[in-house]
Design a protein. Structure first.
Length: 443
């Protein structure tokens, strides 16, 4: 049986527990994986003389960890981690973060709970052996600190979407996260109760932050910003969880995601009706539709008009600052006063003459998202619409109700088009306002 040699090189600490000595002779003869491979399908007591080596990454100094010690197999870029249950208060006095420790696993129990490997003592529950805390009297015999200075543990920087089981029981830093909006105004934990708070990133991936009701920062309010957080990654069943060691593990000094991201793209926004009434040029309009179930801001979106056969943009309309409701239209008029007089209500957006909303029916239109992508088109840029299947002169172009997203290629079968001189696929019947138009409603 391998025994630990004790030497008087413990760091200078003040504590009431028995003196913990450090190890300078023995070395590891097994890996973390070797130990995990001993497990089959139930808790076992390890009989082999195995020694494994790791670096302490958790701390109970601020009482957010209790009765457990986490360690990983490398200072940086670890490949594995373990947790050991211990019945030792103020373990941070003996096991600093960054201490390299040698663990004698012979006699310890190895189990798996909710997908996570655990080492420790044992207790019986309904006839089953469960890994529990290692008695304080044997902690220092089983876990020895090597006689050297503590190392600076470098957390693995990652994101919620990149988490995987290889990171469990290791120290990580999650970037670009914040607390859910509905959590703001809450404390880290309810007094004397383990409490879960949810972190999210800017694309709605979530992870649980587990906090002790006895932590020194239990009564602190959750920070409102966005940033990075460092902690030990754990897992319960299919859910990853994060546990911080101290309040300074959290740095949320940046703007929240909703304040940061103001530009979106969506194929659910498209042209739904274009109007050039035969009886009143002042009643022209362009109507957009949002087929999604979420209201979308149009920051950075642009409406372009190519007059006649021009291949150069003739006029552009910046839609920034405008929001289009879910399953709703957005009506843009070049003559707000005349529009309201004719249709009986004000347009959503009022612009001037010669704007993209003021086409006489033989022009081509494009809807561009904030990133320069053409989301939807009407007509063919460089081709005068007169006498073609994309003419709506003295009439209208109405998008079929079956269309639910934009199309960057003009497709006549998506439209019902009325005009005075259009080609096959259109109807040569001019339309008059207001009776032949339906701004603000999609059928």
């Amino acid at each position: 049986m391998a025994l630990f040699s004790s030497y008087n090189c413990v760091k200078s600490k003040v504590f009431k527990e028995p003196d913990a000595t450090c190890e300078s002779v023995l070395s590891a003869n097994a890996t973390f994986l070797d130990i995990k491979n001993l497990y089959v399908d139930k808790t076992i007591q390890i009989q082999e003389d195995f020694l494994i080596e790791g670096y302490v990454i958790s701390s109970d100094q601020e009482n957010n960890f209790f009765g457990v010690l986490h360690f990983q197999d490398a200072v940086e870029n670890p490949t594995d981690g373990f947790q050991i249950e211990i019945d030792l208060r103020n373990s941070y006095l003996f096991y600093d973060i960054g201490d390299r420790v040698l663990l004698n696993v012979k006699g310890l129990y190895l189990g798996k709970s909710k997908g996570v490997f655990k080492l420790g003592g044992v207790f019986s529950s309904f006839g089953n052996e469960i890994v529990g805390r290692l008695p304080s009297a044997t902690v220092f015999e089983q876990i020895k600190v090597l006689c050297e200075e503590s190392s600076n543990i470098i957390p693995t920087t990652t994101t919620i979407s990149e988490l995987n089981d290889a990171l469990v029981n290791t120290l990580i830093t999650l970037e670009n996260v914040e607390f859910l909006a509905e959590e703001l105004g809450s404390t880290f934990a309810l007094e004397r109760e383990e409490t879960e708070r949810k972190l999210t990133d800017c694309v709605d991936n979530e992870i649980i932050l587990k906090n002790s009701g006895f932590a020194e920062f239990q009564n602190n309010l959750l920070p409102e910003g966005r940033g990075h957080i460092t902690g030990v990654l754990t897992r319960e069943g299919d859910e990853y969880q994060l546990i911080v060691r101290k309040l300074s593990d959290i740095n949320f000094e940046e703007e929240r995601c909703e304040d940061l991201i103001t530009e979106f793209t969506s194929s659910n926004i498209f042209f739904s009706e274009l109007a050039d009434p035969n009886n009143n040029a002042g009643a022209r309009f362009v109507e957009l539709y949002n087929a999604s179930d979420t209201a979308l801001p149009l920051n950075g979106w642009t409406l372009l008009r190519y007059t006649n056969a021009s291949q150069e943009v003739s006029s552009a309309l910046d839609l920034s600052g405008i929001e289009i409701g879910s399953e709703s239209t957005l009506v843009i008029s070049p003559n707000a006063m005349e529009f309201e007089s004719v249709y009986g209500f004000a347009p959503d957006v009022a612009v001037g003459t010669n704007s993209p909303a003021d086409s006489n029916g033989d022009d081509n239109l494009q809807l561009i998202d904030p990133f320069g992508t053409v989301i939807d088109v009407f007509g063919i840029v460089g081709e005068d619409g007169s006498g073609t299947d994309h003419e709506f002169e003295d009439g209208r172009a109405l998008r079929n109700s079956s269309v639910l997203q934009g199309n960057s290629t003009y497709t006549i079968t998506e439209w019902e088009i009325c005009n005075d001189t259009g080609s096959s696929g259109t109807t040569n019947t001019p339309k008059n306002a207001p009776e032949d138009f339906s701004p603000g409603a999609r059928f």
